[in-house]
Each structure stands twice: as C-alpha cells, then as structure tokens.
Design a protein around this ligand. Structure first.
Ligand SMILES: Cc1cc2nc3c(=O)[nH]c(=O)nc-3n(C[C@H](O)[C@H](O)[C@H](O)COP(=O)(O)OP(=O)(O)OC[C@H]3O[C@@H](n4cnc5c(N)ncnc54)[C@H](O)[C@@H]3O)c2cc1C
Length: 416
C-alpha cells in the first residue's frame, strides 16, 4: 500500500473542508483533502447567511465565489398567510456583512473546490476514507480511490468535515441523539418559468404552512429555484400515502396560498430528495489529533439557514487552533473550540425551538413592529450569534419566550 505523510488531512470538500484547507495552505501547512464524490455533486443548504462572508474572505475564497454571480441575498422574508415579515441585513444590530448569496450548492461547492485546487492544494476526488486509527495524536487513514486502490495517509491532525458521512463520529462512536424533535424535508429544484421580474421573483422566502411546517423558496441566478418542505417527520410522511416524494412536495405547494400559482405545473429538475430526521449531535467535538467541523459534528435545522455558517465557522476555527498548536502555543480545545462553538449553537438552538413552539413567529408577525427588537433578531439571523452586546444573543434562552408571552397576553386583553 502506498503511503503519504501530511500535517493535516481534511476529510470532505464541502464548505467546511474547503475553508479549513484554504486557510491552512495560506499559512504554509501541508494539507491534503480527500473527497468521496466527484464534483459537482448535489447537496442541500442553499440559503447562506452573512457571517459566512467573513470566512470566505479570510480563507481567500471570496473572489472566486463572487465571480460566479450567484443571486445576492440581502435579507429574508417570512410569510404566514397574508402576513409578511421582511428582514433586511443592512438593518441589523452591530457590525457585520449585510449581504450574502443564495446558491445552487453543486456549483457553489465546485467553485470552492476548484479554487483550492488552483491554489495548489492537494485535493483527491472520488477518494473515500474507510478507516482511521490513532497512535497518540498521530493518525493513519486508509482511503480507497475510484479504481479501488488503497492508500495510507499519515497525518499529525485530522479535520473531519465529512458532513452526513460523519466519518469520525461513526468510527469513534461519537454520535449522540439531537435535542431537537425529529423533523424531515423533501426538496428539489424547478425551472421557475413564472418568476416575476425584480425583487418579488428573486427574494428568498419561508412560507409557513402550519406552525411547524414551512416551505422554502430559494431563487437562483440561473433561473432555477429550490423548493423544499420541512416539518415534523410524521407530517412529512403523511404528505403522500404512496411515499412518493414528488407527490408529497406537490401536495405541500398546494397548501401555500402565496406560491400555489407560481409553481403550479413547474417541472421538477430532479426527483425530489427526502432527508429524514436530519438533526445531528456528537458527544464531543474534538479529541487527540482531530476536530469535527460542520455537519460532521452538529446540525440543527434549516429554518434559519445556519448550517453552512456553522460549517465554515468551525472549519476556520479548527484550522486556526491547529496552526496555533503547531507553533508551540498551547490550545485548550474544550474552551477555545467546543465552548466557543456551543455558545453559537445554543443561540440557534433556542431560535429553532422557539420557531417551532410558535413564539418566534409571534414576534416576527407582531404589528406594529418594534425596530429595536427587529434589528437584534436580524443580527442573529445574519449569523452574528457571538455578539453578546446583543440582548437577543445574550439572553436568548428566555427573551423570546417572555416577549411572546407578553404579546399574547396583550392580544387576549385587547382583541381587535
Ligand atoms: C433539509 C435541509 C436543508 C438545509 N438548508 C440549509 C440552508 O438553507 N442553508 C444552510 O446554510 N444550510 C442548510 N442545511 C445544512 C447544510 O446542508 C450543511 O450544514 C452544510 O452542507 C454542511 O457543510 P459541510 O462542509 O459540513 O458538509 P457537506 O457540504 O455535506 O460536505 C461534506 C463532504 O464530505 C464528503 N464525504 C462524506 N463521507 C466521506 C468519506 N468517507 N470520505 C471522504 N469524503 C467524504 C461528502 O461527499 C461531502 O462532499 C440544510 C440541511 C438540511 C438537512
């Protein structure tokens, strides 16, 4: 078996792996990326949030992505029947990017992967990690290439960015059940032939069909639009008696007063994909000689589009901490990696839970709007969930529930 020696092995060339590898390479670390599939490959997660732009800029991937003219995402729109709540990222509390993109991930991820290859990073496609063993911090990874050849990769550190492949969580028994209720989703892309001109046509929207069920509409600059329905697993399963994903998605679109006309009869560009019970969690996020980043560690819920942002945040942080340690500076992975990531994850976990209780929806659709509350929530939706000057970050665990309780009481006492 052939052998290779590297400083860092990155598993997976999604956003987490590419950001990590690009940052390490820029800092003269010998890094290798192995990716199981051939790109472009289909992957869900098309609505980004502004925080990712910090990571793409720092990893020097921004220019390549910007050149692709992906649709700009300036905010997000939530729809509930006739009620509409628009968030504009330029009107958020605190510092940070006020725009991002909404992207077909096959093209987006391929752009990043090709860019890291162009920079000179050793990225092997169609190469799957089969086994990993550790001796202290040093690891030996067995990979299989597309011709079935096996190879040993010896590394000082592994960044596992394998997404739902969950390579190290599987091999090291690190999986643990998510705290969130089981939810599932069905999605596809359509040729958006009835798309209106201007903002109405290109705006990203989340249409609430029932308190716990919503439809995403993510228009791309290539004229196609991603459509997905999300809800409790039992509800998603009940959308088609025949377990036919296309029928289930069509039935969900039928429930949307807002979008029924626009997507009536539109052609699905691929057989809708079902992602069942998608939330994931791990017992720990690092160990001797490795860190778990992106979906390989935690995934919450798509409702606030935080997945890619956590993937790039953790990918970037793992790379920085490895670099620091390799320079002889001690790193407390528990504090600097796990606790930092968990602070952001806790904020979004509350927002996801309060979305599905309906409390956050009460705040979103309350009229008249409270501009201060809106700016602070907007900063969270933009991904700035570590800014504790924002009371909607610092007090996330009770501010939403308390405020919704007061608004509901007010409404009961003075119904229109
Ligand atoms: C229904 C749903 C909707 C979502 N919507 C959004 C959204 O709108 N916005 C958002 O930000 N996020 C969203 N997400 C989350 C998003 O998909 C992920 O958070 C994001 O793709 C994670 O990126 P990553 O780099 O960690 O993993 P991925 O992008 O999944 O990349 C992992 C890579 O690792 C490779 N790999 C796997 N196993 C191996 C192996 N054994 N050897 C080598 N390579 C391997 C895979 O082929 C893959 O290319 C959604 C998720 C779900 C379930």
């Amino acid at each position: 078996m052939t052998k290779e020696f590297v400083d860092v092995l990155v598993i997976g060339a999604g956003p987490s792996g590419c950001v990590s590898a690009s940052y390490l390479f820029k800092n003269n670390v010998k890094v290798k990326v192995v990716e199981k599939t051939k790109f472009p490959r289909l992957v869900v997660g098309e609505s980004l949030i502004p925080r990712v732009m910090d990571h793409f800029a720092e990893a020097e991937l921004f220019d390549a992505l910007d050149a692709m003219n992906f649709e700009k995402k300036l905010g997000a729109r939530f729809i509930r029947g006739a009620e509409i709540c628009n968030f504009d990222f330029s009107k958020k509390f605190g510092e940070g990017w006020d725009w991002t993109w909404q992207v077909p991930r096959a093209d987006f991820d391929n752009t990043m992967a090709q860019e890291i290859v162009r920079k000179g990073i050793d990225l092997e496609f169609e190469t799957e990690v089969l086994e990993v063993s550790f001796e202290g911090k040093k690891s030996k990874t067995i990979v299989k290439d597309k011709d079935g050849n096996l190879k040993e990769i010896h590394a000082n550190f592994i960044i596992d960015s394998s997404g739902y492949g969950r390579v190290l969580p599987r091999l090291l028994d690190l999986d643990t059940p998510s705290k969130l209720d089981p939810h599932s989703s069905i999605f596809t892309h359509v040729k958006d032939i009835n798309r209106e001109e201007g903002e109405e046509g290109t705006q990203i929207s989340f249409d609430i069909l029932e308190t716990e069920v919503w439809l995403w509409v993510i228009p791309f600059s290539n004229g196609n639009t991603s459509l997905g329905v999300v809800g409790p697993t039992d509800f998603i399963n009940s959308l088609s008696e025949n377990k036919d994903n296309a029928e289930a998605l069509r039935n969900a679109i039928q429930k949307s007063d807002y979008y029924i006309k626009r997507f009536k009869g539109t052609e699905f560009l691929f057989e809708p994909v079902k992602l069942e019970n998608y939330s994931r969690a791990v017992k720990r996020m690092y160990g001797d000689g490795f860190a778990l980043t992106g979906n390989s560690s935690e995934f919450l819920d798509p409702v606030f589009s935080s997945g890619v942002a956590f993937a790039t945040e953790s990918g970037m942080l793992a790379a920085k901490l490895y670099l620091k340690e390799s320079q002889g500076i001690p790193v407390d992975w528990e504090v600097e990696f796990t606790q930092y990531m968990k602070r952001g994850i806790a904020v979004f976990t509350t927002y996801v839970q309060e979305w599905y209780t309906g409390n956050l929806q009460t705040l979103f659709f309350h009229q008249p709007e409270n501009p201060e509350v809106k700016e602070k929530i907007c900063a969270v939706l933009a991904g700035y969930v570590w800014n504790e000057e924002n009371s909607f970050v610092k007090k996330h665990d009770h501010v939403i529930a308390n405020m919704a309780y007061l608004l509901n009481m007010q409404k009961e006492q003075s119904p229109e």
